[in-house]
Structure formats: C-alpha cells, structure tokens
Design a protein around this ligand. Structure first.
Ligand SMILES: C[S@@+](CC[C@H](N)C(=O)[O-])C[C@H]1O[C@@H](n2cnc3c(N)ncnc32)[C@H](O)[C@@H]1O
Length: 632
C-alpha cells in the first residue's frame, strides 16, 4: 500500500495525496485503481485499505464497508421507498454496533448481545421498542432470498442499449470536467452534501471525505463551467455555505424525505438545487447564404484556409453592425474576399508576400484584369532571364523545361508596370506551381512521381496551368464600391485607422504540430518576393530560406501576442479562429480576451482538418474542434 504527494494537473501545488493500487476484479482481471485529492496521507491510506477489502470481497473487510456494498447492490433490486426504510433501519440500529468489527470477527455472541441491547433500548419518551419494530430490525440481519432477481435481463439489455452511446469514466471529477466539458454541455453534479446535523452526515458517501475546501473548489469549478457555456444543475443540502458559495445562481430549496434521522419528526430535510446556466448568448448563429460572388474566388488548398468555415464566420459577424474589416492573417485571402463580397471595406494583411499578392489581385484590385492575350505574351522569352530557378532548384520540384519557363515568366512579370496586372500574373504563376506539386507542398524534393495520382492538375502543362489561373483570377476581380487595401506586413505592427471588425486567424500553436507556413511554401513565397531579402539555408535539401519570426511559434509568444492584439483592437469587434488542440487553451483565451472585452463568447464549430499535421494524435488525428472566440 502506498500514498504519494500529488503534484500534477488540477492538484499541482495543493499539497494533496493520491493512492494507486492493483486489485483483481470479480472476473479475475487484474486492474489498476487510482484516487486523488486526499488531504492527508492517512486519509489516502485508509481509503486504499478499505477499497482493497471491498474490491477483493475480503472477509476481513470492516462491517461498515460490507454494509456499503450490500446497500449498493440492494438498491436497484427493490423499490426506492423500501430501500430508504431499509437503509435507515440498518444505519440507525445495526451499523453503529458492528461498525468497527471485521466480518470475520463477528460471532454469534455479538449478535445475541446486540439483540439484548435492542430489547433494553428506550426511545425519546422512555418507551421500549415495539415487537414489530424489533422484528423489522432483526429482519435486516437476515437475507431475503424469496424470488431473488439473479439476472434482470430486460433491464440489463435496456441499460446496455443506452450505454452503447455513453462513455463511462471512473475518475476525479475535476479532471473529468477539465477533459470533457464543452460549451453547450449539460452537467449534473451531486457531490457529498454539506452536513446539516450530526445524523445528516452525508460525507460518508466518499471515504476520502469531502471537506469545506472541496466544496469551495467545486463552486469555483461550477463558475468556470458556466463561463465556458455549460448548463449545470447541482444538488446539496440547504446549508448556509451553499447559499454563500452559489449566491450568484438560482437556488431552489425543496423539502426531501430523509431516511437518516434519529427522530421520525426530523426525517424530513431540505435540498438545495443550484441552477447555473450560461449567460444568455447574445451571439446567435443563424444559417446564412454566402454571396454567389464568393464562389468565384479560385479554390485553394492553403494550409489553415477557412474556405470551409466561411458560413460560420459570417453567421457570427451577422450579429454586429460593421462597415470595415481587418483580416489580419489573410493566408489564402478568402475571408477578406468574402467580406468584400458583402460590401465591406476590407484590409487584408499577411506577412507572407504570396498572401499579399493574392489579396492585391483580388481584394484590393477592383477593376483591372489581365487579358489572356497579354498573359500569353508573358510566356515568351524577351530579355535573357537570370536562370535562378533553373540553377538553384534543378531536379528538386519541376522539370528543367518547367524551371526555364518559370524563369521566363518571372522576368516578364517583374517587368510589368501595372501593379494589379503584375499581382494577377504572379498569383497565377504561384497557383500553377502549387497545383503542379502533388499535395501543393515544397517540404519534400523530387518531381512528385510518388504522389502522382493522375489528377488533371498534374497532367496539364505549366503554360496551360498559368493561363487557366490567369483566367480564374480575372473572374474573381470586381468592385464593391470600397477602397480595399492589401498589406504585406507583420500583424503585430499593422497601422492605420482601427476597423469596426477584426478577424484574427493566426497559425495555431501546438507542441504536436508544425505551423510553419514559410517552410511549406518557401518556393512560391520566394517567387512572390523574388527571393529578395531572405536568409538562404543553402545546406538544406529543399534549398529553402529561413522562416520569418512570428510570436505564434511558441506558447508564451502566442499568449503575449493575443494580449497585445486584443488590447490594440479593444474598440473593434473581435472574431478569432482557434482550435481545441492549440495553446493558449480555450479557457486561457477567454481570460485574455476578457481583459479588454466586456462580452466574450465561444462558438464551437465542428471541423476536420484538411492537413494531417499532428505528429502524435493517434486515432483522433484530425478531429479538432474549431472555435470562434467573439469579443465585443
Ligand atoms: C491560419 S493561416 C490564415 C488562413 C486564412 N484565414 C485563410 O482562410 O486562408 C495563418 C496565416 O498567418 C500568417 N502569419 C503568421 N505570423 C504572422 C505575423 N506575425 N504577421 C502576419 N501574418 C502572419 C501566415 O503567413 C499564414 O498565412
């Protein structure tokens, strides 16, 4: 038997104790049992001893422990009222006498002495117990084997059907809630009651006892759950401490009949039922229909693209009045484009030149297109190109002929005068290169035969890809009547007039995943900035360059960056995309946002990631809960 200081998870630094032991269950299977949260080592060891006796169905278990097992087994077999009266009789007249004896120690003489004691016993009016009372008490000591229900097949099958959909967890309630509670969940809590009278000591329900401090921790947990958006009902005794701890919530007091009381007159008690529902949500998520124009944005496989979450983002945004939007981490540019389609003034920003090129071509640009004849001209060699791609990336990503064509296109595109035509041509070249790479990535080298699944995108020539993409980008160009802006800059230092709504979708930080955009797209990012000002990493196989620094590449950095952005945009409506496997955690994000926003809400969105970039998430590989944090 052993007890240990518990210094992990919810008990870290709280000086609590835990036990861990092995036992053999009734099927002969060896199992591990752990229990946490004990105030003293003594409590932990006492619990373990009692548990092992019970688990092993040991003849040396205490009578007290045996009665617990007996009552537990009896309860589902008889009517509840019958059970309560039995429980009362046992607790009042039998348990106190043999409580501290082990089963093997109880002798026939003990039983005789107990019977004598009952005969001599007087009630509060000095009267001896009636014979019927004595018989009722005595009957509890005898088994009832008339028509015992050995196997209640119907009930068992019904229960089995229901339990197929359930997950049953045996664990510390705080840990279970931290792991499983989600916004919108209904949670019922029936903790050990705060004792109201000596005989109403419900603490016995848990051997490790549930102290006042535990009641306070529980109340804090209820507050956390309510903030998270859960619906909670909690029962306890009608004690002043319950009113103190749950004063902010609705408390209903209802009379209850208790089986445990020495006087029949005081066998009634009062239960307090605490109802803690989340603040009425003000953010309503109603179905939306996306503007038709959004469909003209060329489809993208950009990592972390929210192209599949546009309806949810719009449904949340629809709760507010706003004219201008800042899409701070624009990535593929699709979110900013959607807001443009809604007639909003949009500022799209990203620190990657390729992202800024996309939004220059399709968000900022309201009227310029690149006629196909002009685009065809770009495929023809004019001046001698610099052969940069042909030399540096020979044999890495594309054939020599394609590399030569890329160099010709680069030379011609950079020579273009009109910034929007240039952006359209460069967007088309980036898209052509990405589409001609299986999986659209530049993290591995080789001409992609391994992943060539015969898709059209991989079959058609670089020329055709380029021209088709010029056409696709041209079709996305339109005027929404606003002066929209594309910015190539660091999100932390974007300047200008504060927008009405800021959409924040940074790389999600998680120790399990890689959120490096530059590493994945270094080749096309290089095209977009003509490899100017980058730090080459010549010794790499992929011939990439150094990723740009971003605070979102570490947990602490991400936390500080969110704080700084929420502070900077504290007067704007904030919508933040974040996921359940990221850090800061959901609770921490709420806490940071609440520093600057009076109202913070979390809207969960079910979402399965396109990229399987989790290194170690086993069967739940891509099952991530996506959240929209809304601050206003
Ligand atoms: C999750 S993606 C955004 C996806 C985008 N909302 C979409 O739907 O395509 C994150 C983006 O943040 C950009 N990024 C990372 N750190 C940045 C920073 N410090 N400043 C600006 N952009 C940054 C990355 O380049 C990447 O495009």
């Amino acid at each position: 038997m052993a007890a240990f200081k518990d210094n992990s998870g919810v008990y870290a630094g709280k000086g609590r104790w835990r036990t861990c032991c092995y036992y053999t269950d009734w099927q002969g299977i060896r199992r591990k049992h752990e229990r946490r949260g004990f105030k003293t080592k003594h409590d932990a060891l006492a619990y373990e001893k009692e548990f092992l006796s019970k688990a092993n169905r040991d003849i040396n278990m205490s009578f007290d422990a045996f009665i617990d097992i007996y009552l537990e087994n009896l309860k589902p077999q008889i009517k509840l009222n019958t059970y309560y009266s039995k429980e009362f009789t046992i607790n009042r007249h039998i348990r106190p006498y043999f409580k501290n004896k082990t089963l093997s120690e109880i002798t026939p003489t003990d039983i005789l002495m107990w019977q004598n004691e009952l005969l001599l016993k007087r009630d509060e009016y000095g009267k001896a117990y009636a014979m019927t009372t004595l018989r009722t008490i005595q009957n509890q000591m005898n088994g009832r084997y008339k028509n015992p229900t050995i196997c209640d097949e119907k009930t068992l099958r019904e229960a089995s059907e229901i339990l197929k959909k359930a997950k049953i967890v045996c664990g510390d309630y705080l840990e279970v809630l931290h792991e499983y509670a989600q916004p919108g969940d209904f949670i019922f809590l029936d903790p050990p009651y705060i004792p109201v009278t000596e005989w109403g000591d419900f603490k016995r329900y848990t051997k490790e006892q549930f102290y006042e401090e535990d009641q306070r921790n529980l109340a804090n947990e209820v507050k956390r759950l309510q903030k998270l958006g859960c619906y909670i009902i909690l029962t306890n005794s009608n004690h002043t401490l319950v009113h103190e701890l749950y004063g902010d919530f609705k408390i209903d007091v209802i009379p209850t009949k208790r089986a445990i009381s020495s006087k029949s007159s005081s066998r009634t008690g009062e239960d307090a039922i605490v109802t803690a529902f989340p603040d009425a949500r003000r953010v309503v998520v109603k179905d939306v229909i996306l503007p038709e124009q959004v469909k003209l944005y060329p489809a993208t496989r950009f990592m972390g693209s929210k192209s599949k979450l546009l309806s949810e983002i719009l449904a949340v945004a629809n709760n507010f009045e706003y004219k201008s939007v800042l899409d701070l981490f624009s990535g593929s540019g699709i979110v900013g484009y959607m807001f443009k389609c809604l007639g909003k003034k949009v500022i799209s920003n990203d620190y990657m030149a390729m992202s800024a090129t996309f939004t220059k071509a399709m968000v900022e640009n309201s009227s310029v297109i690149l006629p196909i004849e002009e685009a065809k001209e770009l495929l023809v060699k004019k001046a001698e190109p610099d052969h940069f791609v042909e030399d540096r990336f020979a044999g890495l990503y594309f054939s020599n002929d394609d590399n030569k064509l890329i160099d010709i296109l680069r030379a011609n595109i950079w020579a273009m005068e009109d910034e929007y035509k240039r952006a359209i041509a460069m967007t088309a070249l980036i898209r052509a290169c990405t589409k001609k790479r299986p999986r659209g990535l530049f993290t591995y080298v080789g001409l992609g035969e391994k992943y060539n699944d015969g898709r059209r995108d991989l079959q058609i020539s670089m020329e055709q890809q380029f021209l088709e993409n010029v056409d696709a980008v041209n079709r996305a160009v339109f005027d929404n009547g606003c002066n929209n802006i594309s910015v190539w800059g660091d999100a932390m230092s974007v300047s200008g007039k504060k927008p009405d709504l800021v959409y924040i979708d940074p790389p999600y930080y998680s120790p399990l995943s890689d959120n490096e955009y530059v590493r994945r797209y270094h080749f096309v990012e290089g095209l977009a900035r003509d490899w100017k000002g980058v730090e080459f990493q010549d010794n790499t196989k992929t011939k990439k360059f150094k990723s740009y620094p971003t605070p979102f590449s570490s947990r602490d950095g991400a936390e500080a960056a969110f704080d700084s952005l929420f502070k900077k945009y504290k007067n704007s409506i904030l919508i933040v995309s974040y996921s359940s496997n990221s850090m800061p955690t959901k609770e921490e994000m709420i806490e940071i946002m609440e520093r600057y926003k009076a109202h913070v809400e979390v809207v969960p969105v079910d979402y399965t990631y396109f990229f399987g970039n989790q290194k170690d998430a086993k069967s739940h590989r891509n099952e991530v809960q996506e959240y929209l944090f809304v601050g206003y």
